[in-house]
Design a protein around this ligand. Structure first.
Ligand code: GLC
Length: 583
């Protein structure tokens, strides 16, 4: 999509690694404006026809990521696992599950990614292992040094049969008590997720060392960073007191949200361990003279707590604002408030990030509506810093329909036929829709681990590449824009224009700004952009939501821009449009 001239322009301006004399200086800043892409390996591409995605499948599709303009891929867990939580229950942190391939396959993936200048980020799951991990088996038997690798507590109030109650009222995020009795050890162990995911004990120095070794193992295999799973669950208050009720009348007893998790989440010690991992990664990068290793952290918590991840070593503490605080009917003022709140709370000199979806949340096109899927791609990709896209969202994939009997996600299966839809994460995990062949080109098998969404015949990547204007093209156009200096260095202004329209403007001195106009209203509007933003009389539509019917390349008069209901357009100078499109 980018012309030679544009590439030259970008090349000069980019903060790329460079050579000074004989010394090679690594690329410290590579991540700061990168479009990150999450791959859920079970659902991305199946290379061996067993209906489950795998590493060779991912490798075979890395060109897609380059084509989409993505710079880094975060791969959800690929380690040996009994799959009680589809890979987030790990029985060996330093190997590959045969379902996904082998360490050789992993090395081949990393090698191919390096050739393509893609950075590979692995999921690191420190809060728990699988109950099939050797450490847990040895801990059950009280074999040192493993005895205290997990959170073990005595039960209380034995009944006549000698059966104990759990140590306290803590709940699993997947419902029910967070404690499981182990007969052999004669104690309860804590599991904040499913019972096959015993919580590791970060107050144990040997355990902390083991987890450092895990990070080093994968760094040596060439990964460029880690996404740290459920980081705010890592420590528990060591008094193990009952948690108070959340007093939420809409949540039944025994469901996670019925308690206020003041003792089992967000404990201050978490930040020190994170800092030690930051130091380890920095030391590795320095000693091997390689590019900055990034840390992305997953913590659904209040803004103050999330901001502290920045100052303790996370490059990318996930900003879930567009998942938790805005939705289809949100007004321009609400969007502005979510954007401002992150930027205003962020400590100085850190980098913002914007997440639209992941494997735990309904798909962006289902949350916002298909007509607003492009809106969210445009907003996240024009805002300064990092964007994080969940695989399939770049083509506007929709949630699959998975019935109660077909549900496999423990978050659904631990509820009942009446409540599962509210909790299930199966819908957003259906296989990637590559084309209109068998199983959407995901697998040669017609049976896949989750059913392919029936809409694949029309909603697929190949179909979107074949037409001139599609969700994919919008995504691609926006990632191309991010390579320009105006994106990398430009200032930002976010304004609510009349009639519920959000204007996001990126500018550098001496150049015409780039403006995204987001019509949050469900009715069409005509706005005078020139009144509030220093645009030219005539600007070109660089890209636009598919539902707008406005073809990219069209010129508009900025004193009177027509925006159909719920649509978004991006305006650039006619000259910039020509440069990017090689005209
Ligand atoms: C994180 C993951 C989620 C998983 C949980 C337990 O929230 O994103 O998928 O179930 O941690 O590992």
């Amino acid at each position: 999509m980018l012309s030679q001239l544009a590439i030259l322009f970008i090349g000069l301006a980019s903060a790329l690694g460079c050579r000074t004399g004989t010394e090679i200086v690594s690329n410290q800043d590579w991540w700061k404006t990168t479009a990150f892409y999450q791959i859920y390996p079970r659902s991305f591409k199946d290379s061996d026809g067993n209906g489950v995605g795998d590493l060779n499948g991912i490798t075979s599709k890395l060109d897609h990521l380059v084509d989409a303009g993505v710079g880094a891929l975060w791969i959800s867990p690929i380690y040996p696992s009994p799959m009680a939580d589809f890979g987030y229950d790990i029985s060996n942190f330093v190997d590959i599950d045969p379902l996904f391939g082998t360490l050789d396959d992993f090395d081949a993936l990393v090698a191919r990614a390096k050739q393509l200048n893609l950075k590979v980020i692995l999921d690191f799951v420190p809060n728990h292992s699988s109950d099939e991990h050797e450490w847990f088996k040895k801990s059950v038997r009280r074999e040192d040094p493993y005895t205290d690798y997990y959170i073990w507590r005595d039960g209380k109030n034995p009944d006549d049969t000698g059966k104990y109650e759990p140590p306290n009222n803590w709940l699993s995020t997947f419902q029910g008590s967070a404690w499981e009795w182990n007969e052999e050890r004669g104690q309860f162990y804590l599991h904040q997720f499913v019972k096959g995911q015993p919580d590791l004990n970060y107050r144990n120095a040997n355990l902390r060392k083991e987890m450092e070794n895990v990070l080093s193992f994968w760094l040596k295999r060439g990964v460029e960073g880690f996404r740290i799973d459920a980081i705010n669950h890592m420590f528990e208050d060591d008094r193990f007191l009952d948690e108070p009720s959340s007093n939420n009348p809409n949540v039944s007893a025994g469901y996670y949200d019925s308690l206020n998790h003041i003792y089992s989440k967000d404990q201050p010690e978490t930040y020190n361990v994170l800092q030690s991992w930051r130091d380890l990664l920095d030391k590795y990068a320095q000693e091997s003279n390689t590019d900055t290793k990034v840390i992305m952290t997953e913590g659904y918590a209040n803004t103050d707590l999330v901001m502290q991840y920045y100052t303790h070593g996370s490059n990318i503490p996930f900003n879930f604002g567009f998942i938790t605080n805005t939705r289809s009917g949100s007004t321009a003022a609400e969007f502005k408030s979510v954007i401002d709140s992150w930027l205003d709370s962020m400590p100085e000199n850190y980098v913002a990030n914007w997440v639209t979806g992941n494997h735990d949340q309904r798909r962006v096109a289902s949350r916002y509506g298909s007509n607003r899927a492009d809106q969210m791609s445009i907003v996240c990709l024009i805002l300064p810093g990092i964007s994080v896209t969940y695989n399939g969202d770049e083509i506007g994939m929709l949630d699959g329909e998975i019935s109660w009997v077909d549900s496999v996600d423990p978050a659904a299966c631990n509820t009942d036929a009446e409540h599962f839809e509210q909790y299930s994460r199966d819908p957003e995990r259906t296989p990637y829709q590559w084309d209109s062949t068998t199983s959407a080109g995901f697998s040669t098998s017609s049976t896949t681990w989750l059913p392919v969404n029936r809409n694949y015949v029309i909603l697929n990547l190949a179909a979107q590449k074949a037409v001139s204007h599609s969700h994919y093209h919008v995504y691609q156009a926006m990632t191309a824009l991010r390579k320009l200096p105006i994106f990398k260095r430009g200032s930002l202004s976010v304004e609510v224009l009349a009639d519920n329209v959000l204007a996001i403007t990126r500018s550098v001195t001496g150049a015409t700004p780039i403006v995204a106009l987001v019509n949050c209203a469900e009715s069409s509007v005509s706005i005078n952009v020139k009144n509030s933003i220093a645009v030219l009389d005539q600007m070109t539509v660089y890209t636009s939501s598919v539902s707008s019917g406005i073809t990219p390349g069209r010129n508009v008069t900025t004193s009177s821009v027509q925006l159909p209901a719920a649509t978004t357009i991006v305006l650039t100078s006619p000259r910039l449009y020509q440069i990017v499109h090689g005209a």
